[in-house]
Write a protein that binds this ligand. Sequence first.
Ligand code: IMP
Ligand code: MG
Length: 195
Amino acid sequence: MNQLTEPRCKPHHARNDIERVLIDRHRIDQRIAELGQEIKRDLDEQLVDTTEIVLVPILTGSIIFLADLIRHLPQKIRISVVTATSYPGATTQSKGTQIAGALPDDLEGKHVLIVDDILDSGGTIRLIREEVSKRQPKSLRCCVLLRKMIPQALETPCEYIGFDIPNEFVVGVGLDYNNYYRNLPDICVLKKDVL
Ligand code: IMP
Ligand code: MG
């Protein structure tokens, strides 16, 4: 049965606020497995020495993607989180990226992979990439689950991309609106009257 029309969908269930599913969980799982294989292969090629691998997930949006992705990586990895905000509160417009707290300081000489949920204006990835590269990693790559098909996003360097999507505000799989809907298992578009 279509989950959107499921009769047991109660008033406060996040699904009630959804207009449509853009990418379903099955496709997301498949694509994350492919990305994992690609990253695993590239890391294995790089690992001719004992250089450490550090994943730098950007909180909070990347948490679900990160959890799914790292289960496809068999290498010994470390995780050093960074917190960034660009959509504070109830907004669908970027307010410019702010880094909250300190950036990891253990990145020098390491293979670093930045992980984020979505590449939109590119401000977040550009800023974190610049800050991480100041710490002189041995290699630096980026991975995002989604990229919006807008010029700023397409022009932002990023090595691994899950899906290119239309320029719409989406939620689910870690992405939020006003800090809700991160738990939705599919990438979804919200009803207009919710925004
Ligand atoms: P950028 O800096 O404009 O590329 O935006 C990146 C950040 O904004 C992401 O890490 C998300 O947290 C947030 N963001 C951008 N687009 C969306 C969206 O469609 N839904 C939810 N969050 C978004
Ligand atoms: Mg984010």
